[in-house]
Design a protein around this ligand. Structure first.
Ligand code: ZN
Length: 405
C-alpha cells in the first residue's frame, strides 16, 4: 500500500463524524492480522451489506477456525476496496459487511442437504443456489442485498487437499459468486514468500476478484502508464498479484462500485437494479487523430457514469482480461467524445498493428458502459477491423447494445 493512499484515507476519515479513535480491531484476531489491519481507515457506513454464506455438504464440517480466519480476510479486503475508492476520489467507501458484536463478520453457515461431492465445481452451482435461496426465503431478514458470496470448504480426496484446494464451485454467476476455504486460508500468510503465502495470493486474490464480479464488475486492464505506476488491476490479472505485488482498482471499476448496492451510504434509499430504461447510443464515429483513436457518439438516457473499454477480439467472457479501461469521456448535451492515445493501449495487438509492428489484420472493439443511478449497466459495443481505422472514419462491423457489462 502506498503512503499517499494512507494519508488521503486518513484525511477523509478525519472529516467523518465520530471517528475520534482508531478503528477497533477485535482482540481475538491473530497478531499478524492486527498488524496488517493497524492502519485501517474508518469506513463510511452502508445502507446494505454483502451476504456471506458458508455452505458445506452434510458429510463434512467447515474448515477449522473459519469464523476468525474469514472475518480477518473480509475486513482486510473491505479495507483494500475502501483505499482504492478513496484514491479514485469516491471517499472511504467499501462493500458493507454485517458484523457480530465480537467483531467477526456475520457469516451465514448452511449445511447442505446432500454429501459434498454432490456440489462439484462443474454443475454444483444450481444445487447450492437453490438451497441458499430456500434459506433466504425462510430468513428474509438475513438477505441484506442482491449480492451474495458463497464459500465452500475444499474437498479432501486423491486430487484435492488443504495444500491443493479445489473441487467446489469457484466463479461468479450474476450477483452470486463463489470462493473456497481451506485450513491455511489465513491472513497471517499474506505476502509471505512461502508455499502458504503463494497459495493465499491465489485463493484470496481469486476471492477478491470473484467478489468484484459479484459486485457488478467486468474484467479490465489499466493503461500502460497507469500499470507502470500502480501495478496490476484486481479485475485484470490482479488475482495472481494480490498481496504479493502492487494491485489496484481502476477508476472505471470504482465508478461501477459507486452505484453498486452494498456500497450505497446509509440513507441512500435507491431501489437498486429496478430500472428498465436503456441508454441508447446513436451515430458512433471512430477516427484516428494525432496518435489517438477518437470516438464520438450521442448517448440518450439516464446515466451517472460512462466507462469505455477497448480490446482485441474475441469478446467472450474470460477472453477479455486485457481490455483497457478509460473514464475520461467528455459529455455535452448528450454528445460524447473519448480520446484513446495509442501509447495507452500499447499492449493490444491492434495498437501494434496500427504502429506497423504487427501485420496481423485483427478485429477490435470498444464497449461503452453506462452506469445508472440504480446500478443498472447498459453496454454499447462497436467492433471494427483495426486496419480500417483512418483519419476520415472507420466502418463498423457491428454496433450492438445489451444490458449488463
Ligand atoms: Zn474474472
Amino acid at each position: 500500500m502506498n503512503t499517499k493512499t494512507t494519508i488521503i484515507g486518513a484525511a477523509l476519515a478525519a472529516m467523518l463524524p465520530l471517528t475520534a479513535s482508531a478503528v477497533d480491531i477485535p482482540q481475538h484476531f491473530s497478531q499478524e492480522a492486527k498488524a496488517k489491519l493497524a492502519d485501517s481507515i474508518q469506513l463510511a457506513p452502508t445502507e446494505h451489506q454483502l451476504n456471506i454464506v458458508y455452505f458445506h455438504g452434510n458429510d463434512v464440517e467447515p474448515a477449522k477456525d473459519y469464523e476468525r480466519r474469514l472475518s480477518e480476510l473480509f475486513v482486510y479486503l473491505q479495507q483494500f476496496y475502501a483505499r482504492e475508492m478513496s484514491r479514485n476520489g469516491f471517499g472511504p467507501r467499501s462493500f458493507g459487511l454485517s458484523m457480530l458484536p465480537n467483531g467477526n463478520v456475520d457469516i451465514i453457515t448452511i449445511q447442505g442437504s446432500l454429501p459434498h461431492k454432490e456440489y462439484p465445481y462443474s454443475g454444483g452451482h444450481g444445487k447450492v443456489q437453490r438451497e441458499v435461496a430456500a434459506y433466504f426465503a425462510a430468513h428474509p431478514e438475513k438477505r441484506r442485498s442482491h449480492h451474495t458470496l458463497i464459500l465452500m470448504p475444499t474437498w479432501h480426496d486423491a486430487e484435492y487437499s488443504d495444500a491443493n484446494p479445489g473441487g467446489v464451485p469457484f466463479y461468479g454467476v450474476g450477483q452470486t459468486c463463489y470462493a473456497l476455504d481451506y485450513a491455511d486460508f489465513d491472513l497471517r500468510h499474506l505476502g509471505q514468500d512461502t508455499p502458504q503465502g503463494h497459495l493465499l495470493t491465489k485463493w484470496f486474490g481469486g476471492m477478491a476478484h470473484e467478489l468484484g464480479h459479484g459486485l457488478n464488475l467486468p474484467h479490465n486492464n489499466g493503461t500502460a502508464q497507469e500499470m507502470k505506476e500502480l501495478g496490476t488491476p484486481l479485475m485484470g490479472a490482479g488475482n495472481y498479484t494480490f498481496g504479493m505485488r502492487p494491485t489496484y482498482l481502476t477508476k472505471a471499476t470504482c465508478r461501477i462500485l459507486d452505484r453498486s448496492e452494498t456500497f450505497a451510504p446509509v440513507g441512500d434509499n435507491t431501489a437498486f437494479y429496478a430500472s428498465n430504461s436503456p441508454v441508447t447510443v446513436e451515430n458512433p464515429q471512430l477516427k484516428m487523430k494525432d496518435g489517438a483513436l477518437v470516438l464520438r457518439f450521442r448517448a440518450d438516457g439516464n446515466f451517472k457514469h460512462v466507462n469505455a473499454y477497448i480490446q482485441d477480439a474475441p469478446f467472450a467472457v474470460n477472453q477479455d482480461y486485457e481490455k483497457v479501461a478509460f473514464t475520461d469521456v467528455k459529455r455535452k448535451n448528450g454528445e460524447c467524445l473519448l480520446r484513446i492515445p495509442l501509447d495507452a493501449i500499447a499492449a493490444l495487438d491492434g495498437a501494434k498493428e496500427l504502429r506497423g509492428e504487427k501485420a496481423q489484420k485483427g478485429v477490435g472493439g470498444i464497449d461503452l458502459v453506462f452506469v445508472q443511478l440504480d446500478g443498472t449497466r447498459y453496454t454499447c459495443r462497436v467492433t471494427f477491423n483495426w486496419a480500417d481505422i483512418t483519419a476520415k472514419g472507420t466502418p463498423f462491423i457491428e454496433v450492438k447494445s445489451f444490458k449488463g457489462c
